[in-house]
Design a protein around this ligand. Sequence first.
Ligand code: FES
Length: 110
Amino acid sequence: MPLDLPQTFRHHVFCCAQQRPPGHPRGSCGAKNAHPLWQRLDQKVQAKGLLDVGMAMTGCLGFCSAGPLMVVYPEGIWYRPETPEDIDEIVEQHLINNEPVERLVMVLSR
Ligand code: FES
């Protein structure tokens, strides 16, 4: 039976919230100050009324040394923001105006 979903997201954002203990050899996005950044992202998305932007916290996305990491779909663009201003720029430029913030993109090599 097909599901009748009420909406689809224009952008769906996945944010790594993995927290490993201090000194863990892999480190973690949580240990690199990710949580305040994701809080800011959530607040900005709410404040801008972006009802067509979905946001989800995830476990490890697999590239811990590059964190904090977030991915924006459907484009599949990986970001590594470091400051609240980086988050603001991603919201304004990408989530609202659909233009990736090139300076914050993490390029995955093949
Ligand atoms: S802990 Fe965030 S990518 Fe691994």
